[in-house]
Design a protein around this ligand. Structure first.
Ligand code: FAD
Ligand code: NAD
Length: 405
């Protein structure tokens, strides 16, 4: 009898968690498992702000996918997914196509610019290793060029971060540490550098604990960050942005570096493949399957699950993606064995820690607030834990964060 074919798209947190659990749970004779990913490496999306600021080399945030999969049980295909033809159980890749009996979509997020003019052309986004490397190089180039020009353009030393969500704040924390190093390296006067955070909402980290937010804001302000709160980015232009100032006034902020960290959406493959979605996220059933498609699961940032307590979607996080991966693997194993009773996904919130650089952070864990060095240590434990969950102790030793201050 032909073995069922399970195809997993994306080797991020959700995809790798599914595959590494599945390879332990089912035997080679039970199913064929195929993992498809654009690159031959996995990257820790949650560390990309460090690679973007240049506080952590981009090779530290990635590892070879073959290091964590059992190649006797899982076939790895390096390819870019272009379209999913779910009516025909086929996936169109940039270098061919693949059929499946069961599909797991774990293609992660993309930047969402909400149609704001000029952002795609003139702003960077922290979305993958290539983007992170480009942001780091671009910032460094501005510092390296500043002193070589007769007429010095101070806007070379201005960096705008759009959005004071977790990504924006974590990136600012890294930049605040990196800027003094760049000033020293390129003989640039530190006082000429501007680090501006533009946030449309009336507060930084909207919805997060106000006491922790105040801690983060005053820490980052002391490190030179200027916050422009209640200020929305309206347009990206060459060499800067236009922001709304009051009801109908606008202001130009000149900056050679603009990083848009003000929104994410599910992968565009979702909408291009005709799935019903909200900003690229499909509201999945509680067993993580697409409504009406019994053989298609979605985990991670392309999925949407409602938090019944507040009747709003859970935010897309690695924490949820990994927990979904575990449930998805068990559900696939059940289906392969002919069981139709599937497990329902329940999110166990372990807290949130937002780093403010190498040795500072704010967060909540197990219902308690934590700040400063303790929170930064906790963040490293969380970062190492996700390596452990996917690749065990050997991956932690290879890629883990042990620089405990
Ligand atoms: P990802 O882990 O992003 O993986 C998607 C995979 O799909 C990638 O390997 C990608 O290469 C691949 N892929 C994409 N498109 C294609 C294609 N067309 N074809 C083939 N392969 C493709 N969450 C937390 O819980 N805690 C944090 O501290 C945290 N920090 C963050 C910091 C930053 C800077 C950012 C940007 C996000 C952070 N998040 C955090 C959110 C978290 O990273 C995401 O929710 C998580 O990565 C989602 O997992 P995923 O498996 O859906 O996607
Ligand atoms: P986000 O959507 O959480 O935050 C975006 C911010 O940009 C919001 O504060 C929003 O008000 C602001 N904004 C939107 N439009 C704007 C405009 N035109 N001008 C100025 N500001 C504007 O996005 P994110 O920070 O990238 O986070 C994405 C997901 O990743 C979230 O689910 C988050 O929880 C998760 N994440 C978690 C961590 C962590 O746990 N440490 C770190 C990074 C990201």
């Amino acid at each position: 009898m032909r073995k069922p074919k399970i195809v997993v798209l994306g080797a991020g947190y959700g995809g790798l968690m599914t595959v590494t659990r599945l390879q332990k749970q089912i035997g080679v004779n039970e199913a064929e498992i195929i993992l498809v990913n654009k690159n031959d490496y996995h990257y820790e999306t949650t560390w990309l702000h460090e690679a973007s600021a240049g506080t952590l080399h981009h090779d530290r945030v990635r590892y070879d996918i073959r290091e964590v999969i059992d190649t006797h049980k899982v076939e790895f295909v390096q390819a870019s997914v272009e379209e999913i033809k779910s009516e025909e159980n086929r996936v169109i890749l940039d270098n061919g196509e693949i059929s499946y009996d069961y599909l797991v979509i774990a293609l992660g997020a993309e930047s969402e610019t909400f149609g704001i003019k000029g952002l795609k052309e003139h702003a960077f986004s922290i979305v993958n290793v290539n983007a992170a490397r480009q942001i780091r190089e671009h910032i460094e180039y501005q510092f390296a060029t500043y002193n070589t020009e007769v007429e010095k353009k101070d806007e070379r030393l201005s960096i705008v971060v759009g959005g004071a969500g977790f990504t924006g704040i974590e990136f600012l924390g890294e930049l605040a540490n990196r800027i003094p190093e760049l000033c020293k390296e390129y003989d640039v006067d530190y006082h000429k550098v501007k680090l501006i955070c533009v946030e449309a909402a009336p507060m930084v980290l909207p919805g997060f604990d106000p006491e922790l937010v105040n801690y983060a804001v005053s820490y980052l302000e002391k490190k030179g960050v200027e916050f422009r709160i209640g200020t929305a980015i309206k347009e990206g232009i060459p060499g800067g942005i236009i922001v709304a100032k009051g009801e109908d006034e606008v202001e130009e902020i000149k900056a050679e570096t603009v990083v848009w960290a003000a929104g994410v959406r599910g992968n565009s493959v979702i909408e291009n493949s005709g799935f019903e979605a909200m900003r690229g996220r499909v509201k999945v059933d509680l067993d993580l399957r697409v409504p009406g498609k019994d053989n298609v699961f979605i985990v991670g940032d392309c999925s949407l699950i409602i938090n019944e307590e507040i009747n709003r979607p859970y935010p897309p996080t690695a924490q949820i993606a990994m927990q979904q991966g575990e449930v998805c693997a068990r559900n696939l194993a059940a289906l392969v064995r002919g069981k139709n009773e599937l497990e329902t996904f329940e999110f166990h919130n372990k807290g949130t820690v937002c780093s403010l650089g190498e040795d500072e952070a704010i967060g909540t864990a197990f219902g308690k607030k934590v700040v400063g060095g303790k929170a930064a240590l906790l963040k490293k434990v969380i970062d190492n834990r996700s390596l452990f969950m996917i690749g065990g102790p050997s991956l932690v030793f290879k890629k883990g964060k042990f620089n405990i201050f």
